[in-house]
Design a protein around this ligand. Sequence first.
Ligand code: AMP
Length: 138
Amino acid sequence: MSYDPSNIFGKILRSEIPAHKVYEDDSALVMMDIFPQSRGHTLVVPKAPSRNLLDADPAALAAVMPLVQKVANAVKRATNADGIRLAQFNEAPAGQTVFHLHFHVIPVYEGTPLAAHAGGKADDAELASLAKAISEAL
Ligand code: AMP
């Protein structure tokens, strides 16, 4: 299957719909997941168009991983999480729901199970304050 630019992250990258942005440069956007699996669930979205890992340009993957690491550390610092889960899904049977490559940086708090993937919507004010705190920790 080929990349379809009408996906929701494509729209966010083109500023057609809003997002709680944490960081942006020429090659990637970092934003809060609005249906978080835990407090501080953050997404790293490379700007290069690809559905997922399977069709991504290896150079784009290599370029984004240092940012994924920086974001993981910033999320951990900003949220005081006990650990970080990194997730990335490829095609619907594997759990992918938005078909533009992205990496989930999910804080894990000891004793607190993660919420369901793409479950309930978070409060906008809380997402805005988390985006600010993670941005400052970057
Ligand atoms: P995946 O299932 O790996 O494709 O992940 C897509 C993620 O995007 C899910 O965790 C959703 O909660 C999240 N999501 C869906 N719509 C939005 C949106 N408008 N802004 C931010 N995150 C979103």
